[in-house]
Design a protein around this ligand. Structure first.
Ligand code: FAD
Length: 409
């Protein structure tokens, strides 16, 4: 194609542009973002940035000059409102500073990410009830923490990271989770229990199995979150971390199949076999027909690489084992592979270093995934083994006296 347009300029969109230029693509390359900022990384927003340890510049995905140097047209502060196919490509309508523009391109990539779910409760429309997805959300949160008690609704990754950071900043923090354990959709019970203990050691009050029913105000200030059992948890700031929904509205305009995300194959082709979609806005359809949605930097990068290969006319790159990380205070969690559908598991601990813990998951005696708490060397060895297709069974990895690196060599 001559001219490629990418809607969304974050982890996925920027990686795609980067990979295209590195792969020798010389056509026009346009990134359109509805955020007013240069593309930046989201993971620090709940960690170093919120703690005041990262500046605006240190979270940028690329240096400001990068886009000009690479001849990438970056249009920020512009929201794409309509997309329609033309006989030769796509017509893109966007609005920027109140002005409407129409442009045509040969090829379309959707990298529109996800938007945080809101809490549909009485009182939840108060400005001190926040979500955390973008830099502006992070600024609002940083302006309020640690003054007054913080209530985090949702025991998922973003909520737990914010809880740990807010505790480190000295705030009184309560996490309210509807389920009977933390991170129920993301990690196994053993890892979840270890993280629960770690948060309680940080003096975060974690309330499990409770639902908030309203946010209570007094004199236009939040003072509590009321739970379904009648309890009132004092709050000055509420952070809602109950997940994010794929932004599929533009894909739906084009009539693309969606199921909690834009359905894509391993090449990142959508159902029209023409539009490419990458990152948090997608739902994968595997060759066996299984559907799953990943929200991680690794997935955004790997899907961008796959889509770039399509545009460059190259074979689909081999995908290494998926991975994810989450830093929660002094707890470093790293996950390799995909958990779910396993038939057995094994937990490796080290009495000399009780903060370390590795949960291994097997399907039919073959390693499929691992969760590593504070064990970065084990994580590296496990991810490398999974990426190489090396799948030992539980017996091969049971001897905790021998490091995993050795057992997996
Ligand atoms: P996004 O980053 O969501 O970017 C999509 C972009 O498209 C946005 O800028 C959006 O505004 C723009 N857009 C959407 N629609 C339009 C439109 N119509 N017109 C113009 N622009 C549009 N992942 C990890 O692996 N590890 C972590 O530790 C981790 N921590 C995280 C912490 C936080 C607080 C958050 C919010 C996420 C974290 N993630 C982490 C997840 C990770 O950031 C996402 O998986 C990643 O950002 C996905 O990138 P993306 O480019 O697909 O989508």
């Amino acid at each position: 194609p001559h001219g490629v347009v990418v809607v969304g300029a974050a982890h996925a969109g920027v990686q795609l542009a980067d990979r295209l230029r590195a792969g020798g693509f010389t056509g026009e390359l346009t990134l359109i973002s509805d955020e007013p900022h240069l593309p930046y990384q989201r993971p620090p927003l709940s960690k170093a940035w919120l703690k005041g340890e990262a500046t605006g510049d240190s979270v940028l995905l690329r240096e400001p000059d990068y886009y000009r140097d690479q001849k990438i047209e970056l249009i920020v502060g512009a929201r794409v409102t309509h997309l329609s196919r033309t006989p030769v490509g796509v017509e893109v309508r966007f609005i920027r500073d109140g002005e409407n523009s129409i442009r045509e391109f040969d090829r379309l990539v959707l990298a529109t990410g996800a938007r945080p779910r809101r809490l549909p409760l009485p009182g939840a429309d108060h400005p001190d009830v926040l979500v955390l997805r973008d830099l502006d959300d992070a600024r609002s949160l940083a302006a309020r923490v640690p003054a007054g008690p913080v209530v985090v609704v949702g025991g998922g990754f973003v909520g737990l990271e914010v809880a740990a950071t807010a505790r480190a900043l000295g705030a009184e923090v309560t996490v309210i989770e509807a389920g009977e354990r933390l991170l129920a959709r993301a990690v196994g019970a053993d890892t979840a229990a270890a993280l629960l203990a770690a948060h309680r050691t940080m003096a975060t009050d974690v309330v499990l199995g409770a639902l908030p029913v309203s946010i209570e105000h007094r004199d236009n200030r939040i003072h509590a979150v009321r739970l379904d059992d009648g309890r009132e948890i004092p709050a000055a700031t509420v952070l809602v971390g109950i997940g994010a929904e794929a932004r599929t509205e533009l894909a739906e305009q084009l009539g693309l199949d969606c199921d909690g995300g834009i359905l894509v194959d391993r090449h990142c082709l959508a159902s029209d076999r023409w539009t490419l979609a990458i990152g948090d806005c997608t739902t994968h359809v595997s060759e066996s027909g299984a559907r799953y949605r990943l929200e991680s930097v690794d997935n955004a990068v790997e899907q961008a690489n796959a889509a770039a290969a399509v545009l460059l006319g190259e074979p689909c790159p081999q995908r290494p084992a998926p991975w994810f990380w989450s830093d929660q205070g002094d707890q470093k969690l790293q996950i390799a592979g995909l958990i779910g559908g396993h038939t057995s598991m094994l937990v490796r601990t080290d009495p000399q270093r009780p903060h370390r813990r590795v949960a291994l998951y097997f399907t039919d005696d073959a390693l499929v995934a691992a969760e590593c708490l504070n064990s970065p060397a084990d994580f590296v060895a496990l991810r490398s083994a999974l990426s190489r297709g090396h799948r030992p069974g539980p017996k091969d990895l049971a001897d905790t006296a021998v490091p995993l690196k050795k057992l997996l060599a």
